[in-house]
Design a protein around this ligand. Structure first.
Ligand code: ZN
Length: 752
């Protein structure tokens, strides 16, 4: 997928954003400074939800990025602007994220009778449609799902299969023409909100149409307040005023919102006496059509603040302001340790010192004590981490299932937001061949021929990538390490420390572990203890490299600017319920996973007992970097758990499922209770019920004692399944036909 070129200079250069400085402000002036926003309106930037772009109108240049032959007409109806070269870009502003229909009036360049122009439309870097255009005027409708839209500026890229070569004979001045555009209409798929009037200013008030945002830049707001004498609504039943502010490089913060009509109101605005503050007022309306002008009238809007002690700031050049207010987002690192059960880490209460570095990391981070895997094997679990979707929705369940191109992954969201994206992995089950590379500029299976490698080798690859990054753009680094995954063959020093009495050097090898699975009668208590010791040594090895990566981020000065998430895709069984490895059941040892999140600059550790799950990772990442949470996923951002209100409204519930090689089942965790229902060969559909408070390891089935409780959890499960959105279609891959993939999976014990 091509990256969207975000350097749309024509738009930035013409952005009418001005510094409102308190003119003549001096040291001994009174303590209060008032900026009248009606007076300041001339310097405000007004962004309206674009509903029409007329390419014949010279003002349409505001919306055009690179790849256009601008100024080729004298204006007037039907005038077109040519897209030239390989691609053209345009920008449009939307406040609301809702499904949109973009209708383009366009015509292909006449390449010849038998040739059609193929145009790929991308929105914020996400492909949304490919069309074939004939020569001659025609209409193309492109449906843009809300999930790919951003609240604010959005970028459309048109990629052309053909453009007219420069040396064709028509004219020496001819450009590389591809497609001519005359009109673009953008309409919500559901709502028809007719033409938006412009912002109107009267003596002491102004009108903000629904779908419009007005940005004021104010040079200092120390202990500031935004207030107005009155807020009234015109032309609509309901409307909201969203007030947000942004200081310097910090993320935009929501100052408050007013719902419906109000008399005098005041909203505190966080600010800074040193740096300019951008105050944004946005009018958001109901999802129903309104006739005539509709929007919000504000009477007497002012910003009041303490006068700055310093002399008034010099007016700043436009370009410098844009630079300062460019959204500076945190870097994101997600480190996944495959097959790591939570209860084998020190910070989750384990008695062996397997995890000194993870424990130290957790002291500055949020540790989720009851995080749940969405399922018990790699591919569907990682798919849920990547997409925020349940396995029943992304449909990556069995060994032949790949991730659909139609899903939106964390990497795709972040790439579209301007991130540099890199993934370094060592488990082919979640690799490029099964669709997991979506959104990554670099996605590498580290190791030859798809084989698994030790985590320090992944670190090397990742650190080389970090060193080659552009400094002024944030990055997303995904690491998938597999040390604790079978085979359990730890490095010598850790084997000596954790498993000194294990004499058989091959005990942890794949053939031996597979043999245990097939012939449990060959297993003894000693074998279990020995394998656990080897597994623990592998965890310690991965802990060491996780620590090394943290050190690497620190030494590069990146640690404090980075959101870091440590987690696993599922646990690992050591005969806890009569089996081995994972992907077999939905019991605690396969589903209870570590999840530790360090927010940038955090110095304090915190432990949260709420039930959270894999699907919550994607919205957590997006909210942490200031991107909106998609509304069509099952996950919920976890930052709200850092507030009292967020914890009070949280529902402690997780749903997991398995559908692998005929082993199917579902489980529900609801508060202290967990219900598991397998559909195993001959085992019937009898559910099991566990009390996680009294029986964390799920060894005492309470179904006979508490049948009503089990029944209510089964009903919950049914309601959950019924409420899921329609599923994606997972492309089928032929694992057996791909020798490299087959061998890689065999080496991990997935296939025979
Ligand atoms: Zn795994």
């Amino acid at each position: 997928m091509k990256r969207v070129d975000r350097r749309l200079t024509p738009i930035l250069a013409t952005a009418a954003i001005l510094v409102i400085s308190a003119s003549g402000c001096e040291r001994d002036r009174g303590p209060e400074r008032v900026v009248d926003l009606v007076d300041a309106f001339a310097g405000a930037r007004v962004s309206r939800e674009v509903d029409v772009i007329d390419f014949g109108d010279p003002d349409s240049k505001l919306f055009l990025g690179s790849g256009w032959a601008i100024n080729n007409g004298k204006g007037g109806a039907g005038v077109r602007t040519w897209g030239v070269g390989e691609q053209s870009e345009l920008m449009f502003f939307r406040l609301r994220r809702e499904d949109l229909i973009l209708t383009f009036h366009c015509a292909s360049f006449a390449f010849g009778h038998d040739r059609v122009q193929r145009v790929s439309f991308l929105v914020n870097g996400h492909p949304v449609k490919v069309v074939k255009l004939r020569n001659g005027p025609q209409e193309v409708s492109v449906e843009v799902p809300a999930a790919v839209l951003r609240s604010g500026e959005n970028f459309v890229t048109m990629e052309y299969a053909e453009s007219r070569n420069r040396d064709v004979r028509f004219s020496k001045k001819a450009e590389d023409r591809a497609v001519a555009f005359s009109m673009l209409h953008a309409r919500p798929k559901v709502v028809v909100n007719e033409a938006l009037p412009s912002v109107e200013i009267a003596a002491s008030r102004f009108f903000i149409p629904l779908g419009t945002r007005v940005d004021f830049l104010i040079d200092s707001v120390d202990h500031g307040e935004f207030s107005a004498d009155d807020l009234s609504i015109i032309g609509a039943d309901r409307a909201r005023l969203l007030v947000s502010s942004q200081v310097g490089d910090a993320r935009e913060s929501v100052a408050g919102e007013i719902n419906g009509e109000r008399g005098r109101f005041t909203i505190p605005v966080s600010g800074d006496s040193e740096a300019p503050v951008r105050l944004s007022l946005a009018a958001v309306g109901p999802r129903s059509p309104c006739k005539g002008p509709c929007g919000i009238v504000l009477t007497g809007p002012v910003v009041t603040s303490r006068a700055s002690d310093a002399n008034a700031a010099e007016p700043v050049a436009d370009s410098a302001i844009e630079e300062r207010f460019r959204l500076k987002q945190s870097n994101v690192v997600i480190y996944l340790i495959d097959a790591l059960r939570a209860d084998h880490l020190g910070c989750y209460g384990y008695h062996r010192p397997t995890s000194p570095r993870i424990d130290r990391f957790a002291k500055e981070a949020v540790l989720f004590e009851r995080a749940q895997a969405q399922t018990s094997w790699t591919r569907p679990s990682v798919a849920s981490v990547f997409t925020g979707l349940m396995p029943q929705v992304h449909q990556v369940n069995d060994e032949e299932d790949a991730l659909s191109d139609g899903v939106m992954t964390i990497a795709e969201y972040l790439l579209a937001a301007g991130y540099q994206t890199g993934g370094f992995i060592s488990n082919s089950n979640a690799g490029p061949k099964v669709g997991f590379g979506q959104g990554f500029e670099v996605f590498r299976h580290v190791g030859p021929r798809g084989e698994a490698v030790r985590s320090e080798v992944i670190n090397d690859a990742a650190e080389n990538w970090l060193d080659a990054l552009e400094e002024d753009r944030p990055f997303f680094l995904w690491i998938h390490a597999v040390d604790p995954h079978a085979p359990y063959m730890p490095p010598d020093d850790l084997r000596a420390e954790f498993a000194p009495t294990v004499d058989d050097p091959e005990l942890g090898s794949i053939p031996r572990v597979m043999n245990l699975t097939l012939h449990p009668e060959t297993m003894s208590e000693q074998t279990i203890a020995d394998l656990v010791s080897l597994y623990d040594a592998e965890i310690a090895a991965n802990d060491r490299t996780f620590g090394a990566l943290i050190d690497g981020l620190r030494s590069r000065g990146l640690y404090d600017d980075t959101l870091i998430i440590l987690l696993s895709d599922h646990g690992e069984e050591f005969y806890d319920h009569g089996g081995w490895t994972h992907g077999k059941t939905l019991y605690a040892e396969q589903l209870d996973i570590p999840l530790i999140i360090r927010y940038p600059r955090s110095k304090e550790g915190r432990r949260l007992p709420q039930i959270v799950q894999h699907v919550d990772i994607l919205p957590t990442v997006l909210e942490a970097v200031g991107l909106p949470e998609p509304n069509d996923i099952e996950g919920i951002g976890l930052q709200r758990l850092l507030t009292v209100e967020g914890r009070e409204s949280w529902v402690d519930r997780a749903f997991s499922s398995l559908d692998l090689r005929g082993r199917t089942g579902t489980s529900v965790m609801d508060g202290r209770w967990k219900m598991i229902r397998f559909h195993l060969r001959g085992a019937g559909n009898l559910p099991m019920l566990f009390d996680k408070e009294a029986d964390r390891e799920e060894l005492s089935d309470l179904i006979a004692v508490l049948p009503d409780r089990a029944a209510s959890l089964m009903a919950l499960d049914r309601r959950f399944e019924a409420g899921l959105p329609s599923a994606f279609v997972a492309p089928v891959i032929d694992t057996a036909a791909d020798e490299e993939l087959h061998n890689a999976l065999k080496a991990l014990g997935y296939v025979q």
